[in-house]
Design a protein around this ligand. Structure first.
Ligand code: ZN
Length: 132
């Protein structure tokens, strides 16, 4: 009879290891340490799977931070440069991007970049400048 228990134990460990391996792959994709989360999943089981599912994706967060930094540095260089640079950026803003506006409603023109915003907008959709 003990051989049956042994087979069940081996099967249990194999399945647990397989699940822990898959779950730690997910943790790794999210930017966490794979080896650490393999052990967490192996020993904690379903609790660790729930934690991995709930964890924020660090790789997406990092790329968002990078994008924010690029946008911030772009805005600050624009602010210090001359008015011709601002004028050219407003032309680029008008030509390269079609705004999601309703043509039947009156528009608010942004004082910062000249983009046409919906009347109910409180901030410019293009540059984020508050509209009064
Ligand atoms: Zn604007």
């Amino acid at each position: 009879m003990t051989i049956v228990y042994l087979i069940i134990l081996v099967a249990y460990l194999a399945i647990n290891g397989f699940l822990a391996s898959n779950a730690s792959d997910v943790a790794n994709d999210k930017g966490y340490e794979k080896a650490k989360w393999f052990h967490m999943c192996f020993w904690l089981g379903p609790i660790a799977y729930v934690i991995i599912a709930a964890m924020p994706d660090l790789s997406i967060r990092n790329s968002l931070d990078e994008m924010l930094n690029i946008l911030k540095s772009g805005n600050s260089s624009e602010g210090t440069s001359s008015s011709t640079a601002q004028a050219s950026s407003s032309i680029v803003g008008k030509s390269s991007y079609t705004p999601p506006i309703d043509p039947n409603k009156p528009k608010k023109v942004c004082p910062q970049c000249g983009a046409r915003n919906n009347r109910e907008n409180t901030k410019c959709f293009a540059c984020g400048e508050p509209l009064d």
